[in-house]
Design a protein around this ligand. Structure first.
Ligand SMILES: C=C(O[C@@H]1C=C(C(=O)O)C=C[C@H]1O)C(=O)O
Length: 438
């Protein structure tokens, strides 16, 4: 349900001089008055979307919009259009992510009770193309936005224990899915599982984000309202009409410790029909939805290998240009994300039947796992990834519900699918200081 806001948004973006371009927003030392940037961020209420040294980190909550159900994307789009349309904007930066922005995280399914959310922070630190800026946002009657606080040391997680749901049960379910696929009910179904990581003490989100960003610099490290992780999969980014999407499907997880050996083995294994078919379903589902929105769209002829520390994926990039609507406007990044979601990379093929099978057979409520996560700006431009390789912070802040899944096709072997999810949990487990899953 949409609540109308009468508040008038003010946003101001300005460059901060003297911040070196080789510094990540998560590095603890910035050679300016923003020294010890990360340690000065509040330990809660952070929003983040950072890849390597570029991205946005927001803090302070100026406005929050929550919604659920089939209209969640439309509701959130309306909220943001209304708030940003009348905004009084002084943007001296004019780079992707400058000016007013909202961070968002959306439920995977129309049926989850876990709300989807858009958060408008009071302050955003942004970095793009080596330039660094700050955006402040406020309402007419609001006090000045929050400044960075006094430094507080980052707390490394201690004594985290992990409890995963039963391996046998999950493999049995995957076996059922394989049977149903072989019986012709669907071509591909993505099945996920969860695991509970708990500590006696509150987890320091700043530490987890810093760890993920440092170890997975080619992934998008995200945190929105307790949903956090480092995803390698970009659902869509749009900037001035240029769109980009990175589809992943097909995963190699054997880590021999020797990079060249792994890449060679991945090349061999992923070329097999199981993985290339799985990948093709995901690319086809993207193209089918994106091409009607674009005047041009190009997709890699052959997938490439995306090498990450824990897994190697088959990946394809799609790049295109958006068409204009009759009134001259363009579809927003959030509207594109809504149209694309759920792709076959996280749902399956055909989409409707795959989602029914997930509903019927998957034991966990995905909540916002595998849903779009990212940010939107006043023009509708923005970046949305899939909330993978992460989890949802528990209400008390002392644990994370971790999620991982994989695409099941007729040739899938349940035992290997389990091992693939173990590899996909590794980034968060390492950030939590847990070596192996128990
Ligand atoms: C479902 C996940 O990942 C997705 C499934 C993949 C696969 O089945 O090969 C690969 C990348 C993602 O699209 C996950 O990480 O939990």
């Amino acid at each position: 349900m949409l609540t109308m806001t009468k508040q008038h948004l003010h946003a101001r973006s300005y460059f901060i001089d003297g911040v070196g371009s080789a510094v990540s927003p998560f590095d603890s030392e910035l050679p300016t008055d923003l020294t010890d940037f990360l340690t000065r961020l509040p330990a809660s209420g952070l929003s983040a979307w950072v890849r390597g040294h570029s991205g946005l980190v927001g803090w302070g909550e100026l406005s929050r919009f929550e919604t659920k159900g089939a209209d969640r994307f439309a509701d959130a789009s309306d909220f943001w259009k209304q708030l940003s349309a009348g905004a009084d904007v002084d943007d001296a930066v004019r780079l992707p992510g400058s000016g007013p922005v909202a961070f968002g995280s959306f439920g995977f399914s129309d049926r989850t009770d876990i709300p989807s959310v858009l958060i408008v922070p009071r302050v955003v630190l942004g970095r793009h193309s080596g330039r660094v800026w700050v955006t402040t946002m406020s309402f007419d009657d609001e006090p000045a936005p929050e400044r960075l606080g006094a430094p507080s040391p980052l707390e490394r997680p201690r004594a985290v224990t992990v409890t995963a749901g039963g391996r046998d049960d999950w493999e049995e379910t995957v076996g059922k899915v394989v049977d149903r696929i072989r019986a012709g009910e669907a071509k591909k179904v993505v099945m996920a599982r969860d695991a509970a990581a708990r500590s006696d003490e509150p987890l320091d989100v700043r530490f987890l984000l810093g760890h993920l960003n440092a170890h997975y610099p080619t992934c998008w490290t995200y945190h929105v309202d307790g949903m956090l992780g480092a995803t390698p999969e970009l659902l869509v980014s749009s900037h001035d009409g240029a769109v980009h999407s990175r589809v992943l499907a097909g995963t190699f997880y054997n880590n021999s410790g020797d990079h060249d050996v792994d890449v060679e083995a991945a090349r061999h294994v992923l070329a097999k029909s199981k993985d290339s078919a799985e990948h093709k379903y995901a690319v086809d589902s993207l193209v089918e939805t994106l091409s009607p929105l674009c005047s041009s769209l190009e997709v890699d002829c052959e997938p490439f290998l995306l090498e990450l520390p824990n897994v190697i994926h088959l990946a394809s990039d799609a790049r295109g240009h958006l068409t204009h609507r009759s009134d001259g406007s363009r579809v927003s990044s959030l509207e594109i994300a809504a149209a694309l979601h759920p792709t076959a990379a996280v749902g399956g093929t055909p989409r409707g039947r795959a989602l029914e099978l997930i509903d019927e057979l998957e034991a966990t409520d995905r909540g916002r796992y595998a849903g779009p996560v990212g940010w939107i700006g006043a023009s509708g431009d923005g970046e949305w990834g899939l909330a993978l390789r992460g989890g949802r912070l528990d209400e008390d802040g002392r644990g994370v519900r971790l999620f991982a899944g994989g695409g099941i096709v007729g040739e899938s072997v349940p035992e290997y699918e389990w091992l693939e999810t173990v590899a996909k949990l590794a980034p968060m487990l390492a950030a939590l200081g847990v070596r192996t899953e128990r």
